[in-house]
Design a protein around this ligand. Structure first.
Ligand code: EPU
Length: 344
């Protein structure tokens, strides 16, 4: 491809990815381009050479770790809009561009006094990323509010719309994360928001925050969530990180019972289907890894589930620390920890 061609498409060669991800580790993309509209995206993907490259879509870059350069095309998703589609007596329906900042969306809805997403205040990333990985926090998973996910098939350049029931949403998972659907690029998400404010404050720390008082407005819940998050989770703009580095492992109830016999203090939650979720942060703390630092890669001292980069850590160094954490937990508890962010 000639430099003129690249320029006309807004493509940068050997682009620095460090400022585009919240882990801020060094990495480059062979090609990088930002798209603000469906037309721009189609133009990019219909270029004969670029269409053959491996592809990666970056939203807020807040759930990804590069351990090497990306030998292909990285697309910065910047399709950003918010429109109201209609309302009934019970709910409002909105459609939001995949590139809109998630935190901004929640704040905007709160300003309007609209409820439904307040428990997910201050989650980093974009609307597209939220729909791909089914973000969840403080008692709410975003899939509960999603009606449809609108995509472009990067191979055929045809639109595809998925009803929420087709997205196979689970704990931090969806079809959009699976290899089978790797050609789909999320363009926008349709949400249905309940008009009646039903505060969801059963999560232990939220319940403690409100201490028996019922919040009257979604803004109160959002403020509570923000203050809890700020106390425990490092601000990626100050200490680079990608939120929880591991998923909370899901085990059988039998395994949970065995672990509890040994360690009654273990934090765990029963799930449907004879399964249980264990608090990975607790397990990591129990093996003495909370606060462990190797060079600039560290286990955050206030939340052991979060790995941080104190400046010059590489993706490989973060992965080496993660492997040490996982191996200690496996040896001691026989529980496998799996990374939550996408590892490249
Ligand atoms: N815990 C410890 N030590 C620690 C960390 C946690 O003992 O170092 C214990 C806590 O005392 C608590 C339990 O583990 O009893 C759960 O901790 P917390 O409420 O902080 O939540 P988490 O399970 O560690 C999950 C999500 C977070 C989300 C919070 C709140 C995952 C992988 N992480 O963390 O999501 O904000 O719940 O709902 O499910 C993210 O995905 O990036 C993320 C930050």
């Amino acid at each position: 491809m000639t430099e003129t061609e690249l320029k006309a498409l807004g493509v940068v060669r050997d682009a620095d990815l460090k400022p585009l991800t919240t882990f801020a580790v060094p990495a480059e993309a062979k090609f990088y381009a930002e798209v603000k509209s469906l037309d721009e995206l189609r133009r990019l993907l219909s270029h004969p050479e670029l269409s053959c490259e491996q592809r990666l879509v970056l939203g807020g870059g807040s759930n990804i770790l590069f351990t090497k350069d990306f030998e292909g095309l990285v697309i910065g998703m910047r399709i950003d809009f918010l429109e109201e589609l209609g309302e009934t007596e019970q709910s409002r329906t909105i459609r939001v561009g995949a590139g809109r900042s998630w935190g901004q969306l929640v704040d905007e809805l709160i300003e309007r006094g609209w409820s439904g997403l307040e428990n997910l205040a201050l989650v980093p990333g974009t609307v597209g990323g939220a729909a791909v990985q089914n973000i969840g926090a403080y008692g709410l998973e975003v899939a509960e509010r999603i009606v449809k996910v609108e995509c472009l098939d990067a191979r055929t350049l045809e639109p595809r719309v998925f009803d929420v029931s087709e997205c196979d949403y689970g704990y931090r998972s969806s079809i959009f994360k699976s290899d089978q659907y790797a050609d789909l690029i999320v363009l926008s998400v349709v949400f249905e928001l309940p008009k009646t404010f039903e505060p969801r404050i059963a999560y232990k720390e939220l319940a403690a925050f409100f201490d028996g008082k019922m919040p009257q407005m979604p803004a109160e819940v959002a403020e509570a969530v923000k203050s809890i998050r700020r106390k425990k989770l490092p601000d990626p703009a100050v200490i680079p990180n990608a939120g929880s580095f591991f998923k909370n492992p899901v085990v059988t109830r039998i395994k949970q019972r065995h672990l509890l016999e040994d360690m009654p203090q273990l934090v765990s939650y029963p799930l449907a289907g004879g399964r249980a979720k264990l608090a990975a942060g607790w397990l990591i703390e129990a093996v003495g890894m909370k606060g462990r630092r190797v060079g600039d890669a560290a286990v955050y001292e206030r939340q052991a589930l979060v790995l941080v980069n104190y400046g010059n850590a590489t993706g490989e160094q973060i992965m080496a620390l993660a492997a040490e954490v996982a191996s200690k937990v496996r040896l001691r508890f026989g529980v496998k920890l799996e990374p939550e962010p996408v590892i490249i």
